[in-house]
Design a protein around this ligand. Structure first.
Ligand code: CP
Length: 321
């Protein structure tokens, strides 16, 4: 079902980083630079004039929803925004995801979907006859546009996406941003990722095996003492409360690892960037925010809009701005 991009994004569903090659990512980043120029300099753009993108979010979102919405509008397009369809659409009357997609594709040119079930974006892509579907996060599965913006942020700082050493911490079992980022960095050579999590939140055996087969070097650790000094990036993540069966089991594992000024002083290097897909709920101390190496409230969120401007444009068949 997953269709490789092969340099041609037009009308392709964007479901997983498994569809991408390094050349495809290069195409996105080249256009992202042009999109940044449009946004930063408030250049009026008609790039997506006449295009309508539907944003259907079955799960809450601040960044992904707002940045997709802003991305389309910055380029002169328009959006249909269906938030919480379980209450504010006919999903509340029992309409299926497939039927909802079939209806919305009559009104727009591209569908962006967030859904709590792993695989829902693929289901939606199968249901859509005419239009591309972009996965904006499917349960514990994937979050490909987040990985693209994360990789863009790493590339901006280090000018490469190979020969990197990174620390990925938190909920590796349930975190879709982590799954997509590992897939993305697996496309490049000689990357080593230290995976820091409590035993209960390790990558699933299947994910671990699948990722290792892609050739990336993964090192599981359960203590900050085993973190490498001077990593190129830290990627901290939230423990995904909404994926737990009981509050008690969540409480047992939440915030085992917290980024503090002391941790940064002890283990980060001058060039280490501190990343987080956000939202954070205590796993990065706010005192760290003012450290210039902390990019989660700076370039990482800005890049989210620029990358999505580029991706939506490419999927709608636009490349030159
Ligand atoms: N990073 C991310 O997906 O944030 P939102 O849930 O706010 O979209």
């Amino acid at each position: 079902m997953l269709e490789n991009i092969n340099g041609d994004f037009k009308n392709k569903d964007i479901l997983s980083l498994d569809q991408f090659s390094t050349e495809d990512i290069g195409i996105i980043f080249r256009l992202t630079r042009k999109m940044k120029d449009i946004a930063v300099n408030a250049r009026p753009s008609k790039f997506l004039e006449g295009k309508i993108v539907a944003l259907i979010f079955y799960e809450p979102s601040t960044r992904t929803f707002s940045s997709f919405s802003a991305a389309v509008k910055r380029l002169g397009g328009q959006t249909i925004e269906v938030l919480d369809p379980q209450h504010f659409s006919s999903v509340s009357k029992g309409e299926t995801l497939a039927d909802t997609i079939r209806v919305l594709e009559a009104y727009c040119d591209c569908i962006v979907l967030r859904h709590p079930q792993k695989g829902a974006a693929e289901t939606a892509a199968r249901a859509a006859f005419f239009l591309p579907v972009i996965n904006a996060g499917d349960g514990t599965g994937d979050h490909p546009t987040q990985a693209l913006l994360d990789m863009c942020t790493i590339h901006e700082k280090h000018e490469r996406l190979d020969n990197l050493t990174g620390v990925i911490a938190g909920d590796l079992l349930n975190g879709r941003t982590v799954h997509s980022l590992i897939k993305g960095l697996s496309l490049y050579k000689n990357n080593t990722l230290y995976l820091l999590s409590p035993g209960e939140l390790k990558l699933s055996r299947q994910d671990y095996t699948n990722f290792r087969e892609k050739g990336i070097n993964l090192i599981k650790i359960e203590s900050v003492k085993d973190m490498p000094g001077n990593a190129d990036f830290w990627y901290w993540t939230r423990v995904q409360k909404e994926r737990f069966e009981s509050f008690k089991s969540y409480e047992k594992v939440k915030n085992k690892f917290i980024v503090t000024k002391e941790l940064v002083k002890k283990y980060a290097g001058n060039k280490t960037i501190i990343m987080h897909p956000l939202p954070r709920v205590g796993e990065i101390d706010i005192e760290v925010d003012s450290d210039p190496r902390a990019v989660y409230l700076r370039s990482q969120i800005h890049n989210g809009m620029y990358v999505r401007m580029a991706l939506v444009s490419l999927v709608l068949g636009k490349n030159e701005s």
